[in-house]
Structure formats: C-alpha cells, structure tokens
Design a protein around this ligand. Structure first.
Ligand code: LMR
Length: 396
C-alpha cells in the first residue's frame, strides 16, 4: 500500500534549515527559519526560562496526565498576557483558553472548531502569509481564500486593497489576521487601521482569527497585543492562536494556546467542551513541560527578568534593522531598502527575485526563503557587511 506514495519536496522553511546545517562554508548566514539568534549566532535559553525550568523540575512530584485542555495555570496566565489584566472579555466570563502544542497546534484547534461550527465557512488569509498557515488551516477540510495585504512598492500594508477585498466577504467568513510582526513581510497595521478593520468586521459580521506568535518582539508586549485586545473587547466572537516559541524561546517544547471568545458564558463553555473533544481526538493532550515553565515565569518574580530579556531581544532586532538598512543602502545605492526600518518583528521582505535569492544561497552562502523573506534576528553586527555585499553582488 505504501509503495505508491509520492515523495514530497521538503517544507520550504524547514528544508532551508537542513540545507543551511549541511553547508560547511564558515561565512554562511542563516536568515531562513524564524528563530531569534544572539550576537554569537546562538538561540539562547532565556535566563528566566532556565530558572523557571529548574524550579519546575524541583517542585514536580508526578508525571501523570494533566488534561486535554492542558495546564490550567498556564491557560489563565496566557489569557491575561495576551488580552491584558482586567480585560472586559475575561471579567465577563466569555473567554476560554486551551493549551496547544505550539502556535501551530493552536491554529489547527481553531480551524477544527470552525469546521465543527460551520463546515461551509471560508477562511481568508493574507497574500502573502506564513507558508504553514495553508496546511494548518485547510488540512481539516476548510476552504481557504486570499485577501491582498502587502504593497511591494512601499513595503507597507496595501490597506485600501485589503479593506476593499474584506468589504466584499459574505457574513460568517473567517479572516486570519496577524496581530503584529507579520510573517513573512514585517508590515503591520497601525492602531487606527485596526479600528477600521474592527468596524468592517462588525459591519459584515465576520469572524476574526488572530495569530499572535511574536508578542513582545515588535514594539512591546502591550503594543503587539493591541489587535486581540481591541477586537476581543468589541466583538461577540473571536479566536486567537498564541505561540510561546519566540517570546519565551521555547521552540522545541511546543507551547501555545487557543483563546476563544464567545457571545455568552454558556456558548463559551460549549466551545471549550468542543475544543477538549477535538484535542482528545488529535493528540489527547498537549505536552506539559514548556507550559509549566511559562506558567512559572508569568506567575513568579521571574516575570521581570523575562520582560527585561525580551526587551533586550527586541532592542537588538531594531538595531539590526537599522544597521542592515544602512549597509544595504551603501552597497546597493540604486535600490531602496528603507522599508526594513519601518517594519516590525523578526521578518522583512528584501524584495529581490527568486533567481537572486538562489544566487545568494549558492554563491554567497546567505540563506533566505525563495520569496526573499529574511529573518532579521539571524543577522549579526559582524556579518552585516558580508550580507550587504553579497546582496549587491547577487543583484549584479
Ligand atoms: C518561521 O516562519 O520561520 C517560523 O515560524 C518557523 C516555522 O515553523 O516555520
């Protein structure tokens, strides 16, 4: 039976990671997979996380099952981290949080919940969007369509085109929105634009499904959560997929959560019961280790240390953005890369053609995805000159 399976091409992001690891050139630069790196090129374990992990291990007395909804302390802490202390939806009892295996698990849980509630629903994702949104959201059978999002000429959100497209959607369409640090473009909506999106969602009775995977790595913990806070305060229903991979550096531990907002407490309990059933059928229950660490960081004196570390990571990304833009401006005077400093989070689009991207990889050992997305946090002050020079040569 299995002999007829087609061999598939590697995942565009994870395949690049493997190609980079296999490259033995000492000058190689990894701007592919979205992981934070320090000046030594390492993805460090944050000190707050290391300390919390030690405390978790010391206090843990059993490895028995937790529950399909995961770690209750983690779920409560994540609701407050994302929506903010005292958020009206939390105090109104309309929010339920379910721990998930990473942000990916949360996206899939949300998609499965939508499929149960409205199998005919269409999910609209931005053009472009994170490559893995497509299999995660459509893999359960939901139809996926696109809305315009990015203006390559300005490096900013094509806001009018986006709003024009969303304003044609039928009621009960689902719109996948990136809360901040848009992956792959780094182009985010301004607060005023989010307010306009909110009005449109209300007017057309759409369901927002917000992906927040980089809270704290763009403009700040509160600023990056502006969209879920606003939308969950004003709308009857919303879904929010949360990832702790980047802001806690817990990538391999697979820590995430799905926040669901319902119109009433009764509807919220029903949604929770469905999510628990879905989780049980997909993976039974999420892994506890990373969630226990996050719960400890957020619920102890370690939170200050974590916030300081996160703020240092954010500051470093901003510095790298400025330095990369300066170096590219000097090396490629005929091209405009100034959008890099206006964009937020880990990613920017360089805006170069795929053949140039391939030349950068093959001749200069600089790795990025084919659409020219670069992980800014993969740069180092030390390799920025090589990077800018390589881009200039590859463009020719
Ligand atoms: C990325 O976009 O590179 C990260 O979110 C890692 C991944 O799983 O794709």
């Amino acid at each position: 039976m299995l002999e007829h399976l087609d061999r598939l091409a590697p995942d565009p992001i994870l395949g690049l990671m493997a190609a980079f690891r296999a490259d033995t050139d000492p000058r190689k630069v990894d701007l592919g997979v979205g992981v934070y790196r320090d000046e030594g090129g390492e993805t460090p374990v944050m000190q707050a996380v290391r300390e919390a992990e030690r405390e978790v291990l010391e206090r843990q007395t059993t490895k028995t099952y937790v529950a399909p909804a995961g770690n209750a302390g983690f779920n409560e802490a994540i609701g407050r981290l994302v929506l903010g202390e005292g958020h009206s939806a939390l105090s109104g009892g309309r929010v339920r949080v379910v721990q998930a295996p990473g942000g990916c698990g949360a996206l899939r849980l949300g998609a499965e919940l939508i499929r149960v509630a409205a199998p005919e629903a269409v999910v609209y994702v931005s053009t472009p969007t994170w490559a893995n949104h497509v299999p995660l959201l459509s893999g359960c059978g939901l139809a996926l369509k696109r809305y315009p999002y990015f203006d390559a000429a300005t490096g900013a959100v094509a806001f009018d085109a986006m709003m024009g497209a969303l304003d044609t959607l039928p009621a009960r369409s689902v719109v996948l929105l990136h809360a901040s640090c848009h992956n792959p473009t780094g182009a985010d909506l301004a607060e005023g634009q989010w307010r306009e999106v909110l009005s449109l969602i209300q007017r057309r009775a759409l369901l927002p499904f917000i992906d927040i995977a980089y809270q704290g790595l763009g403009a700040g913990l509160d600023e990056d959560a502006f969209a879920p806070r606003l939308l969950c305060a004003q709308l009857p229903e919303a879904l929010v997929a949360v990832s702790c991979s980047k802001n806690f550096g817990l990538y391999r531990e697979r820590v995430g959560a799905l926040i669901s907002l319902s119109q009433t407490q009764t509807a919220a309990d029903a949604a929770l019961s469905q999510l628990v059933r879905i989780a049980r059928g997909l993976y039974s229950m999420p892994p506890d280790h990373g969630a226990a660490i996050v719960a400890r960081v957020l619920g102890s004196g370690l939170r200050d240390l974590w916030e300081r570390e996160l703020s240092a990571m954010r500051g470093r990304i901003l510095e790298l953005r400025a330095e990369a833009a300066r170096a590219l401006a000097a090396a490629c005077p005929r091209r405009d890369f100034s959008h890099i400093v206006r964009q937020k989070g880990m990613f920017s689009y360089l805006g170069i053609d795929q053949d140039v991207v391939r030349r950068l990889r093959d001749s200069h050992h600089v790795y990025m995805t084919d659409d020219s997305r670069i992980n800014i946090a993969g740069l180092r002050h030390e390799n920025i000159p090589h990077f800018a020079e390589a881009v200039a040569r590859a463009i020719g």
